[in-house]
Ligand binder design. Structure first.
Ligand code: SAH
Length: 360
């Protein structure tokens, strides 16, 4: 048993079972032992790989998309380019290189802000993005006011979720306790949870035994981001794996060394994520901002011209390198790979025309 599990058990012994959100917050964010606080999880030798780590094309296309958004906002100076959970900084590095070439006016007008809690990843971001002189923030509260372009790739899926179980008593919080065999285990609370009031109509009527997920932390982030998009205030691009329609289901998963493992095993040593409910987030954003999409990542990247970019990169490359570029392209856009499961949603000023990638 690792130290974090010992701490979680002590907390349960003292105060009773903890909810899934509390478990996830501890496993990912405990200041001393939390998964994101202690390691760089990305890459072949890490636990998982993300789109910007697969190919430079991903960040480049998003950079060009941001340049177009800046023009549509009226080319404000300065403009904040904000990334939530930037990982190693790869996406922004590729984006800034493309922006410097294609839109030098935008490059000169922008300043970079990174929301990151992991000291390990902040160090990686400083090494990757040092030339761009980023400012780091622990959360959205300290971000400067003013026009902003906000990017989040695989950030929302890392925020704690609650799970509710439909029992005879109603929708009850799913909690983590220590069972009769002295292992961490799930058990539903006896009384219904007040959180049930936030369940989508498509979910509320699910049969006994169903699990429903609620992500108040992701909703808060999206509400804050959406409010910034009012007027000419900004545009946001949210990319994550998840679903377009709210539905019941247990999507919480633990990944370690590119394999899934039991969610409650070795807390702090595996990445914990849950699918993003884009319909729920769209409902939160809609009072403040125009919601574009979600569309699948495959559709979005193809509309942005990823195939032409791949062709340009392929030119004159030896066969081995060319095969790598083709494989990366397929990985990003093919339905059986990341093209279908990953969704892209944008928030912008109310009114106006469709944004690139989101044309009807
Ligand atoms: N966007 C990157 C990394 C995704 S991993 C990529 O696509 O490669 C999730 C990122 O969010 C990591 O940088 C992680 O440290 C950060 N993160 C997770 N929870 C966070 C929180 N509560 N506040 C700020 N950053 C967080």
């Amino acid at each position: 048993m690792n130290s974090l599990e010992r701490m979680i058990r002590a907390e349960i012994a003292a105060h009773g079972p903890i909810d899934v959100a509390a478990f996830m917050a501890r496993a990912l964010g405990d200041p001393e032992h939390g998964y994101y606080r202690t390691r760089d999880p990305l890459g072949a030798r890490g636990d998982f790989i993300t789109a910007p780590e697969i190919s430079q094309m991903f960040g480049e296309l998003i950079g060009l998309w941001c340049a177009e958004m800046w023009r549509r906002l009226g080319a404000p100076r300065p403009i904040h380019l904000i990334e939530l959970g930037p990982g190693r900084g790869t996406l922004l590095r590729d984006a800034l290189r493309a922006i410097a070439q294609a839109a030098p006016g935008f490059r000169a007008a922008l300043d970079v802000h990174l929301i990151e809690t992991s000291p390990v990843l902040r160090t990686a971001q400083a090494a990757c993005l040092g030339d761009a002189a980023p400012t780091w923030h622990d959360g959205l509260a300290s971000l400067p006011d003013g026009p902003a372009l906000i990017i989040a790739n695989e950030f929302l899926d890392a925020l704690p979720i609650h799970q509710l179980v439909r029992t005879a008593a109603g929708w009850c919080e799913r909690r983590v306790m220590v069972d009769a065999t002295d292992r961490l285990a799930f058990a539903a609370a006896a009384a219904p949870s007040p959180l049930a009031a936030a369940l989508a109509p498509e979910v509320v009527g699910a049969p006994l035994g169903s699990i429903a997920e609620l992500a108040p932390a992701a909703r808060d982030v999206v509400a804050t981001v959406a409010r910034r998009c009012t007027g000419a205030g900004g545009t946001a691009l949210l990319i994550d794996y998840g679903h377009v329609v709210s539905a019941p289901g247990d999507t919480l998963q633990a990944v370690r060394g590119h394999r899934t493992q039991a969610v409650l095993d070795a807390p702090g040593e595996a990445d914990l994520t849950a699918h993003v409910d884009f319909a729920a987030l769209a409902r939160v954003a809609a009072p403040h901002a125009a919601v574009h999409g979600p569309v699948t990542q495959g559709v979005f990247l193809r509309r942005l011209g990823i195939e032409a970019r791949a062709e340009a990169l392929l030119r004159g490359k030896p066969a081995g390198v060319a095969a790598g570029i083709r494989a990366a392209l397929a990985r990003l856009v093919e339905p059986g790979q990341m093209g279908q499961l990953f969704k892209v949603m944008a928030l912008g000023a109310p009114g106006g025309r469709p944004l690139p990638g989101f044309e009807p």
